[in-house]
Design a protein around this ligand. Sequence first.
Ligand code: 13P
Length: 424
Amino acid sequence: MAAIIASVPVCVSAKASVEVRRNATRAAIPARVNKAVQLSAKASMAGARVQTTAVRATVARAAVVSVSAGYAAPQSKYADELLETVTNMTMPGKGILAMDESNPTCGGRLEALGIENIEENRRRYRDVLLSTPDLGTHCGGAILFDETLYQSASDGRTFVQVLKDHGMYPGIKVDTGLRALANSNGEQWCQGLDQLAERCAAYYEAGARFCKWRTVVSIPAGPTEMAVKEAANGLARYGAIAQANGLVPIIEPEILLDGTHTIEQNFEVASWVWAETFKAMMDQGVMLDRIMLKPSMVAPGADCETKSNADQVAELTLKMLNSRVPPCVPGIMFLSGGLSELDSTLYLNAMNQAPNPWHVSFSYARALQNTVLKTWAGKDENKEAAQKILTRRAIENGQAQMGKFDVTKSETEGASMYVKGYVY
Ligand code: 13P
């Protein structure tokens, strides 16, 4: 596994200017920030996170001026707004509702329940999700598919307005899907860089303030160095373009659950993929304090004979992240990747039993939606019951974000949602 960087010490894109900027940043940190740092050490975990967020925002503002020395210098007229968006989205107890399934994927899930895959039914289903009362209490944003960004709720408000009324940020999937990676070991790459700047600008105009790009890495396929580097470079280029156009990028190299690999093998591959991804992001001037990550949890493959418990998954996932992710990254918003609804919450809860340098939370699709969709089943009379389930799942994951989920009080199902070769 070539080119592993041992750690990423600071979030700047100009290697030679690291010390200069560190000193400048130190000098620019006012006394009240130092006080906040001292206070946060004494505060409760949730309180500490609020302090951390405030400190991070102040440090980031002080550090935005950059000098380039071989690496791209970050530039965006939206720098302040990006910081504000990401800060608000990473408040204690908050995660993200991912509902950006493409039309074929969403349609496939509807059809499995006997609901016809037509635009109106997709809209009705998205209306169930987005018009859930108090959705904004534990979801800082929702990731939408292109079609949904321009649709309206049954009460006539645009979905963008519904989200704003919840105090949530609209997000948008901007990749255009996976394709076969030629000359690889049956691997895939993620498309969508063509006209990405124009599309991001149009999405910003339509109200989106953050976005996601999901590429995948397959452990059984190797993975090959070509596939890992392709994934990293695509994510970095996308991240730079998104930030230049006012959208906080979610960086998502999903390491697929498919396979018989052990948790340790997953750890190795995840460490490699994130090292390459951070190197590529720094090369391309991505502002690391204005992104969110969407990693897979480090877990054994779906067909591995040795299962792991929540503590083991949490330990290896945090070990991997601590060795790769600089503390200036504001949010780590996990995907659920086919884990069961219950496991995804238990694992997140286990990761939040001690303070982390970053906000560690959820950006689940399947683990938030699965039972909701089954309960709704296309019938208006089931809408309220379905929404109650989404509320429960959002509360439980919000509690897990703060390390306070109590499994003995949960009615959440434990069945796995793993689907071999799942496409998004
Ligand atoms: P899952 O939680 O279903 O893995 O969602 C992944 C994703 O990328 C949704 O935006």
